[in-house]
Design a protein around this ligand. Structure first.
Ligand code: FPP
Length: 245
């Protein structure tokens, strides 16, 4: 039986986050330049987004460009920015067709203006769609996010808008870039690396983690369904005992 057939329909994770890793290694194996891998990675983004929408996943968050990725060679950063814009322009009709709305998390102020504007246009155009929310983490790192949240909380306390004793998990969550979204139920990382790499550190506190050796360009829909089936067979205790669940 295929993994797709094994999926339990009433236990679909509401929020799946993915660290898409291995584009460069995949390209190198083909004897090609790294950008060839990123372009093939876009095909996987397209497929997995459609698969997630079809399954009824509510949020799909993809780590597309980290704060640390700004330190890559300038040619790769520039080419990635062009690829991101081209992808978003090309994919907007597909997002509309699949009732998908786009959101971003990250420090968009660091993006070239043209890139930022295209993302903002697509966010606006898809804002009324009611199916899957596709969240692209762009110029994002969790430590950046936590610092920003801390500054805004400190400022609210200083201005008398927030009482120190009222700060709790819910308040802090609402200062994160993911306010309004449920925490990820499942985190998938491709390419065999066993790290979180500064991604959603606050939000992943109780997420189930799934690591696969597949490189992102070769991450098949079946592998995606495999991750979901694996998740569905785990017991999520959130610190409680099995008997309490
Ligand atoms: C990681 O592989 C991949 C990235 C840093 C970029 C991922 C971006 C895309 C696939 C484009 C996505 C587009 C949209 C619109 C979401 P790597 O370069 O770190 O690979 P390596 O570890 O093998 O070198």
């Amino acid at each position: 039986m295929s993994f797709k057939e094994q999926i339990i329909q009433d236990r679909i994770p509401r929020h799946i986050a993915i660290i898409m890793d291995g584009n460069g290694r995949w390209a190198k194996r083909q004897g090609m330049a790294r950008m060839f891998g990123h372009r093939q990675g876009v095909e996987t983004v397209h497929r997995i987004t459609e698969a997630a929408a079809e399954l009824g996943v509510e949020y799909l968050t993809l780590y597309a460009f980290s704060t640390e990725n700004w330190n890559r060679p300038k040619e790769e950063v520039d080419a990635l920015m062009v690829l991101l814009v081209d992808t978003i322009v090309k994919e907007t009709p597909t997002l509309m067709k699949n009732n998908v709305s786009l959101q971003t998390i990250g420090d968009l102020s660091r993006l070239p203006q043209a890139t930022r504007n295209k993302f903002l246009e697509c966010i606006e155009q898809t804002s009324q769609n009611t199916g899957l929310t596709l969240v692209i983490a762009l110029s994002y790192s969790a430590r950046w996010e936590i610092i920003e949240a801390t500054k805004r909380i400190a400022s609210a306390v200083k201005d008398g808008e927030l009482l120190l004793e009222d700060i709790n998990e819910e308040v802090l969550s609402n200062y994160m870039t993911t306010a309004q979204m449920p925490d990820p139920d499942l985190l998938i990382r491709t390419s065999g690396e066993l790290r979180i790499s500064n991604f959603l550190l606050w939000q992943l506190a109780y997420s189930e983690l799934y690591f696969t050796n597949c490189l992102w360009p070769e991450f098949t829909n079946e592998e995606f369904y495999h991750a979901i089936v694996d998740y569905q067979h785990r017991e999520r205790r959130f610190g409680k005992t099995s008997e309490q669940i």
